[in-house]
Design a protein. Structure first.
Ligand code: GLN
Length: 278
């Protein structure tokens, strides 16, 4: 690409990639907001900016997700650093956060556990909105924990404790009022794993055995040992896993079992409340 104006750079990029992606990449290279691009269409890029933009456009045309190229993604009302070590936060996961916030009273101390925290998007958003609560966030990947640690510091959250570990393994004896998780739930042989952005995301965070239910099964089976009486478990799951999740919750004597639809109308989160039989 030859150095040219903002309009020329975007026009040229749009021959190979989506217009919104081109805009986000150019905003990143120029370190400006969308409004700047709109109000400075004739601004000429330096040759360094042009080279960097061309490099990013090429990588996007090869499939690399925009969030990894610019190193960030908006989620709920915050912006998170993302690297290839973590799943890119998705809009449907905001449902899990919304439901969690409804269960956590505003001015009350609550202990919340986020399993498989990745970038920390779920845990940090809950922590930011419920400063009286204490959140524990766990991930098997120490690289993911580094990213969530960075986000915690950058967003100035101090009611989170981050730990590396497998699901509940590091938590002996602790009890929580609410456990949330967006675990891997795509079946290992699902062809979507070989398509689009999913090809570039950590497979460990996306897919699991038992038709995508292995982690969900483990979490539902084990969660009762880590919940207080009347504590809640909320899980994100695949488009066709709501009934299976509700059945598994019922098998473990959860009550108030319910599934909730995302904005696309797909049952995306299921959960229940643990009532010990006295
Ligand atoms: N919602 C993601 C997808 O299907 C999967 C996220 C997950 O496995 N937790 O693209």
């Amino acid at each position: 690409m030859q150095p040219g104006t903002i309009t020329q750079a975007l026009t040229s990029a749009c021959r190979g990639i989506d217009r919104v992606d081109a805009r986000l990449l150019l905003q990143h290279v120029l370190d400006v907001e969308h409004a700047f691009l709109l109000t400075h269409p004739d601004k000429v890029l330096t040759s360094q900016q042009t080279d960097e933009f061309s490099r990013l456009v090429k990588r996007r045309s090869e499939g690399m997700p925009v969030a990894y190229l610019i190193g960030r993604r908006d989620f709920y009302d915050l912006t998170f650093k993302v690297t290839e070590a973590v799943l890119i936060p998705r809009p449907e996961t905001e449902l899990l956060v919304e439901l969690a916030l409804k269960l956590i009273p505003d001015n009350q101390f609550c202990k919340v556990l986020d399993l498989g925290t990745g970038s920390g998007a779920i845990a940090i958003t809950i922590a930011k909105h419920r400063p009286q609560s204490q959140i524990t966030a766990i991930d098997l990947s120490s690289e993911a924990i580094s990213v969530s640690r960075w986000n915690t510091a950058n967003l100035e959250v101090n009611n989170i404790s981050l730990r590396t570990g497998s699901w509940f393994d590091e938590l002996s004896g602790e009890k929580f009022d609410l456990i949330v998780s967006n675990p891997p739930y795509v079946a290992e042989n699902d062809p979507h794993l070989q398509q689009g952005d999913l090809r570039f995301e950590p497979q460990m965070a996306l897919s699991t055995g038992n038709n995508g239910l292995a982690c969900i099964r483990h979490i539902i089976a084990t969660a009762p040992d880590y919940l207080v009486n009347n504590g809640w478990l909320l899980l994100e799951h695949g488009y066709d896993q709501a009934a299976a999740c509700r059945r598994l919750l019922g098998d473990r004597d959860f009550s108030n079992i319910c599934s909730y639809p995302d904005l696309a109308g797909i049952m995306r989160v299921s959960g229940g409340q643990l009532n010990f039989i006295m």
